[in-house]
Design a protein around this ligand. Sequence first.
Ligand SMILES: [Zn+2]
Length: 203
Amino acid sequence: MPHGTTSLSAGWLADGGFRIGEMCGLHLADLHRREGAACRDCRAPHVHICHRETNANRARAKTKCPWSVENGVVTGGLIKRVSPHMIHTYFEYMTSEYPQHPGHGMLLVQLHGPERGQPWATVGARRMLGRASLRAGLGKVKPHAFRHEFASAVLDASGSNLLVARDAGGWASTSTVDEIYAHVDIHDPAFDAALRKVWGERA
Ligand SMILES: [Zn+2]
Protein backbone atom coordinates (compact mmCIF):
# COMPACT_ATOMS: atom_id res chain seq x y z
CA MET A 1 0.00 0.00 0.00
CA PRO A 2 1.28 3.49 -0.74
CA HIS A 3 1.73 6.11 1.94
CA GLY A 4 -0.67 8.91 2.63
CA THR A 5 -4.41 8.93 2.88
CA THR A 6 -4.81 5.51 1.26
CA SER A 7 -2.44 3.80 3.64
CA LEU A 8 -3.97 5.53 6.66
CA SER A 9 -7.49 4.59 5.64
CA ALA A 10 -6.63 0.97 4.82
CA GLY A 11 -5.08 0.59 8.27
CA TRP A 12 -8.01 2.28 9.93
CA LEU A 13 -10.56 0.16 8.08
CA ALA A 14 -8.69 -3.03 8.95
CA ASP A 15 -8.22 -2.27 12.64
CA GLY A 16 -11.36 -0.24 13.28
CA GLY A 17 -13.89 -1.89 10.99
CA PHE A 18 -15.43 1.46 10.08
CA ARG A 19 -17.93 2.14 7.37
CA ILE A 20 -16.31 4.23 4.64
CA GLY A 21 -18.78 7.07 5.31
CA GLU A 22 -17.90 7.03 9.00
CA MET A 23 -14.23 7.17 8.24
CA CYS A 24 -14.40 9.92 5.63
CA GLY A 25 -16.66 11.85 8.00
CA LEU A 26 -14.17 11.85 10.88
CA HIS A 27 -13.00 15.16 12.25
CA LEU A 28 -9.67 15.51 14.03
CA ALA A 29 -11.58 16.41 17.19
CA ASP A 30 -13.38 13.04 17.11
CA LEU A 31 -10.16 11.16 17.84
CA HIS A 32 -9.22 10.76 21.49
CA ARG A 33 -5.88 9.08 21.17
CA ARG A 34 -4.68 9.24 24.77
CA GLU A 35 -5.70 7.05 27.68
CA GLY A 36 -8.22 8.69 29.99
CA ALA A 37 -9.59 11.29 27.57
CA ALA A 38 -11.48 14.30 28.93
CA CYS A 39 -14.80 13.02 27.52
CA ARG A 40 -14.76 10.17 30.08
CA ASP A 41 -16.66 7.97 27.61
CA CYS A 42 -13.88 5.40 27.33
CA ARG A 43 -10.54 5.05 29.08
CA ALA A 44 -8.73 3.49 26.12
CA PRO A 45 -7.95 5.42 22.91
CA HIS A 46 -11.08 5.73 20.77
CA VAL A 47 -13.00 7.77 18.22
CA HIS A 48 -16.45 9.25 18.49
CA ILE A 49 -18.51 8.45 15.40
CA CYS A 50 -20.64 11.57 15.07
CA HIS A 51 -23.41 11.97 12.55
CA ARG A 52 -23.06 15.30 10.73
CA GLU A 53 -25.13 16.51 7.81
CA THR A 54 -22.81 19.37 7.00
CA ASN A 55 -19.45 17.83 6.08
CA ALA A 56 -17.96 19.48 3.00
CA ASN A 57 -17.30 16.07 1.42
CA ARG A 58 -20.89 15.02 2.27
CA ALA A 59 -19.59 11.93 4.12
CA ARG A 60 -22.06 10.92 6.82
CA ALA A 61 -22.04 8.38 9.59
CA LYS A 62 -25.04 6.11 9.29
CA THR A 63 -25.54 5.78 13.03
CA LYS A 64 -27.17 8.76 14.67
CA CYS A 65 -26.21 8.43 18.33
CA PRO A 66 -26.55 11.81 20.06
CA TRP A 67 -23.28 13.67 20.53
CA SER A 68 -22.18 17.10 21.58
CA VAL A 69 -19.16 19.31 22.14
CA GLU A 70 -18.68 20.39 25.74
CA ASN A 71 -15.86 22.78 26.58
CA GLY A 72 -14.31 21.93 23.24
CA VAL A 73 -14.41 18.17 23.92
CA VAL A 74 -16.49 15.81 21.78
CA THR A 75 -18.67 13.49 23.84
CA GLY A 76 -21.22 10.87 22.86
CA GLY A 77 -21.81 9.52 19.38
CA LEU A 78 -20.87 5.91 18.77
CA ILE A 79 -17.56 5.15 20.50
CA LYS A 80 -15.16 2.83 18.69
CA ARG A 81 -11.77 1.72 19.93
CA VAL A 82 -8.61 2.52 17.98
CA SER A 83 -5.49 0.38 17.82
CA PRO A 84 -1.88 1.43 18.55
CA HIS A 85 -1.19 0.95 14.84
CA MET A 86 -3.99 3.37 13.96
CA ILE A 87 -2.47 5.99 16.26
CA HIS A 88 0.95 5.38 14.77
CA THR A 89 -0.23 5.85 11.16
CA TYR A 90 -2.20 8.89 12.29
CA PHE A 91 0.97 10.52 13.65
CA GLU A 92 2.95 9.79 10.52
CA TYR A 93 0.20 11.23 8.37
CA MET A 94 -0.31 14.32 10.52
CA THR A 95 3.35 15.17 10.80
CA SER A 96 4.42 14.51 7.21
CA GLU A 97 1.42 14.94 4.96
CA TYR A 98 -1.54 16.69 6.52
CA PRO A 99 -1.84 20.28 5.22
CA GLN A 100 -1.41 23.14 7.64
CA HIS A 101 -4.59 24.86 8.77
CA PRO A 102 -6.99 23.40 6.23
CA GLY A 103 -9.90 25.06 8.05
CA HIS A 104 -12.39 22.18 7.73
CA GLY A 105 -10.86 20.11 10.56
CA MET A 106 -11.48 16.80 8.84
CA LEU A 107 -9.10 13.87 9.11
CA LEU A 108 -8.89 12.47 5.60
CA VAL A 109 -7.89 14.89 2.88
CA GLN A 110 -6.73 14.73 -0.72
CA LEU A 111 -2.97 15.03 -0.87
CA HIS A 112 -2.56 15.69 -4.59
CA GLY A 113 -4.14 17.54 -7.46
CA PRO A 114 -6.18 20.72 -7.63
CA GLU A 115 -8.35 19.68 -4.67
CA ARG A 116 -5.31 19.22 -2.44
CA GLY A 117 -6.21 19.70 1.22
CA GLN A 118 -9.94 19.23 0.62
CA PRO A 119 -11.77 16.47 2.53
CA TRP A 120 -11.64 13.08 0.85
CA ALA A 121 -15.03 12.06 -0.56
CA THR A 122 -16.21 8.47 -0.11
CA VAL A 123 -16.26 7.87 -3.86
CA GLY A 124 -12.59 8.88 -4.11
CA ALA A 125 -11.73 6.77 -1.07
CA ARG A 126 -13.37 3.68 -2.58
CA ARG A 127 -11.57 4.20 -5.88
CA MET A 128 -8.16 4.69 -4.28
CA LEU A 129 -8.52 1.68 -2.01
CA GLY A 130 -9.62 -0.44 -4.93
CA ARG A 131 -6.60 0.62 -6.99
CA ALA A 132 -4.19 0.10 -4.09
CA SER A 133 -5.47 -3.41 -3.40
CA LEU A 134 -5.19 -4.30 -7.07
CA ARG A 135 -1.60 -3.08 -7.12
CA ALA A 136 -0.89 -5.10 -3.97
CA GLY A 137 -2.16 -8.21 -5.76
CA LEU A 138 -5.18 -8.62 -3.51
CA GLY A 139 -7.80 -8.27 -6.21
CA LYS A 140 -10.25 -5.42 -5.87
CA VAL A 141 -10.95 -5.15 -2.14
CA LYS A 142 -14.09 -3.29 -1.15
CA PRO A 143 -14.15 -1.28 2.09
CA HIS A 144 -16.94 -3.51 3.35
CA ALA A 145 -14.62 -6.52 3.29
CA PHE A 146 -12.52 -4.92 6.02
CA ARG A 147 -15.62 -4.62 8.23
CA HIS A 148 -16.56 -8.25 7.89
CA GLU A 149 -13.03 -9.43 8.43
CA PHE A 150 -12.66 -7.26 11.50
CA ALA A 151 -15.98 -8.40 12.98
CA SER A 152 -15.29 -12.10 12.54
CA ALA A 153 -11.72 -11.72 13.80
CA VAL A 154 -12.98 -10.06 16.99
CA LEU A 155 -15.58 -12.76 17.54
CA ASP A 156 -13.03 -15.51 16.88
CA ALA A 157 -10.48 -13.90 19.17
CA SER A 158 -12.96 -13.55 22.01
CA GLY A 159 -13.29 -17.30 22.40
CA SER A 160 -16.77 -18.12 23.58
CA ASN A 161 -17.55 -14.89 25.47
CA LEU A 162 -18.87 -12.67 22.74
CA LEU A 163 -20.31 -15.60 20.82
CA VAL A 164 -22.35 -16.49 23.88
CA ALA A 165 -23.41 -12.87 24.17
CA ARG A 166 -24.29 -12.86 20.50
CA ASP A 167 -26.50 -15.93 20.76
CA ALA A 168 -28.13 -14.74 23.96
CA GLY A 169 -28.72 -11.30 22.51
CA GLY A 170 -30.12 -12.66 19.28
CA TRP A 171 -27.83 -10.67 17.00
CA ALA A 172 -28.01 -11.40 13.30
CA SER A 173 -25.91 -14.34 12.22
CA THR A 174 -23.71 -12.20 10.01
CA SER A 175 -22.07 -10.11 12.62
CA THR A 176 -21.04 -6.60 11.82
CA VAL A 177 -18.90 -4.25 13.77
CA ASP A 178 -21.92 -2.12 14.66
CA GLU A 179 -23.70 -5.12 16.16
CA ILE A 180 -20.67 -5.96 18.25
CA TYR A 181 -20.38 -2.39 19.47
CA ALA A 182 -24.11 -2.19 20.10
CA HIS A 183 -24.19 -5.35 22.21
CA VAL A 184 -20.91 -5.37 24.03
CA ASP A 185 -19.79 -3.16 26.87
CA ILE A 186 -16.68 -1.50 25.40
CA HIS A 187 -15.08 -1.75 28.84
CA ASP A 188 -15.66 -5.54 28.91
CA PRO A 189 -12.27 -7.20 29.50
CA ALA A 190 -13.17 -9.99 27.06
CA PHE A 191 -13.85 -7.46 24.33
CA ASP A 192 -10.67 -5.58 25.15
CA ALA A 193 -8.62 -8.78 25.03
CA ALA A 194 -10.21 -9.78 21.72
CA LEU A 195 -9.39 -6.42 20.17
CA ARG A 196 -5.81 -6.58 21.34
CA LYS A 197 -5.44 -10.08 19.97
CA VAL A 198 -6.81 -9.05 16.58
CA TRP A 199 -4.58 -5.98 16.44
CA GLY A 200 -1.54 -7.91 17.65
CA GLU A 201 -1.95 -10.53 14.95
CA ARG A 202 -2.07 -7.80 12.35
CA ALA A 203 0.88 -5.82 13.64
ZN1 LIG B 1 -13.68 10.56 23.86
